[in-house]
Design a binder for this molecule. Structure first.
Ligand code: NAD
Length: 253
């Protein structure tokens, strides 16, 4: 018996990193999971099926309205309903840290396209399916970089501020339909891809983050899974519009 038995969840960016761990945990809690990414989700899919879970893989670009519509459609045709949307896909480990004069307008726009409009498109396409059940849980991925104002990442930081803003606005708009919208704000999470990042993967950068925490250790994707399951489950049904900081006590508010 899992806390999400009978529910269906869509996870964007499920091919690697945090999204892959989230998809596995949702399946372990009994949810049927629809995996979406630009890259193959085969490893995530196999891991879920091997452990007896239910999942399908749909290649979709969160910035493409038609492919996002197909993604939500796939959830309903494969599993009959859509209850949970985890907006995890982003230009995250792929973002370069640079001073303002080295960031091109194209880079700025691309980060906004994926990290902001991608979230909007997914919510827009999921809401009619959730409204049909009078219930839904949306979990957006923010970032501690927005709370701290991390330098050399203005496009990424601004995009994550926009995610917090959308979380609040959609929470108010969609509450009457039983749809809860919340956000998780992680600290630096050491995924395989992040370990390879030119700046954020360096020992010096990682140590600076660890020193800023009340719980002074590296953060890994599994550290976020409990918060994500809580915000996806009925246990958090009276919580909406909130940003839950999960970073070992680095940023306190
Ligand atoms: N890792 C961290 O330190 C950290 C910290 C704070 C917040 N976050 C947030 O958590 C989430 C996951 O982070 P991560 O480190 O696992 O990211 P990641 O860069 O490892 O993975 C992101 C995934 O999103 C996919 N993606 C990118 N553009 C897409 C598109 N247009 N359509 C569909 N999929 C697309 C990528 O292919 C990739 O698999 C992101 O929203 C990120 O901003 C991460």
């Amino acid at each position: 018996m899992g806390v999400l038995d009978g529910k269906t969840a869509v996870v964007t960016g499920a091919g690697q990193g945090i999204g892959s761990v989230f998809a596995r945990r949702l399946a372990a809690e009994g949810a049927s999971v629809v995996l979406c990414d630009l890259v193959a989700c085969a490893t995530t899919l196999e891991a879920i099926r091997r452990s007896g879970g239910r999942a399908v893989d749909v290649a979709a670009d969160v910035t493409d309205q038609r492919s996002v519509a197909g993604l939500m459609e796939a959830a309903v045709s494969a599993f009959g309903r859509l209850d949970i949307l985890i907006n995890n896909a982003a230009i995250a480990s792929a973002v370069e840290m640079k001073p303002i004069h080295e960031i091109s307008s194209e880079e700025w726009t691309r980060v906004m396209e994926v990290n902001v409009r991608g979230v909007f498109e997914c919510i827009k396409a999921a809401v009619p399916r959730m409204r049909a059940n009078g219930y839904g849980k949306i979990v957006n991925m923010g970032s501690g970089t927005f709370l701290k104002g991390t330098p050399m990442l203005p496009h990424y930081v601004a995009s994550k501020g926009a995610v917090v803003g959308m979380t609040r606005s959609f929470a108010r708009e969609l509450g009457e339909h039983g749809i809860r919208v919340n956000c998780i704000s992680p600290g630096l999470v050491m995924t395989d891809a992040m370990r390879g990042h030119a700046v954020m993967g360096s020992a010096e950068f990682a140590q600076g983050n660890i020193k800023s925490r009340a719980i002074g250790r590296e953060q890994v994707p599994e550290d976020l899974a409990g918060a994500m399951i809580f915000l996806s489950s009925p246990q958090s049904d009276f919580i909406t519009g909130q940003t839950l900081v999960v970073d070992g006590g680095s940023f306190m508010h």
